[in-house]
Write a protein that binds this ligand. Structure first.
Ligand SMILES: [Zn+2]
Length: 81
């Protein structure tokens, strides 16, 4: 009988812990609309004119560039005074 009581109390404890953790972790509200991805400004490379998102643009002398090669090439052909 003692053994059954022990098993029962352990099960009750596990059940209580699981219920408590389930209460703490709330599922995301299905009513809230998902955030749309932010629209990003597109910039043109000063060397080749390719469009790229602002995050990927490489700033340099004379504008923004799609990569270091184009920045260096542009800066070589347009030396600063
Ligand atoms: Zn380019």
């Amino acid at each position: 009988m003692k053994f059954a009581l022990l098993i029962f109390s352990v099960l009750a404890l596990v059940w209580l812990l699981r219920a408590a953790s389930r209460r703490r972790v709330r599922p995301p509200d299905p009513g809230a609309p998902a955030k749309p991805p932010q629209a990003q400004a597109m910039l043109a490379c000063s060397h080749c004119g390719v469009l790229m998102p602002r995050d990927e643009a490489l700033p340099g002398r004379g504008g923004v560039f799609c990569g270091a090669e184009h920045r260096d090439s542009f800066e070589r052909s347009h030396p600063s005074p």
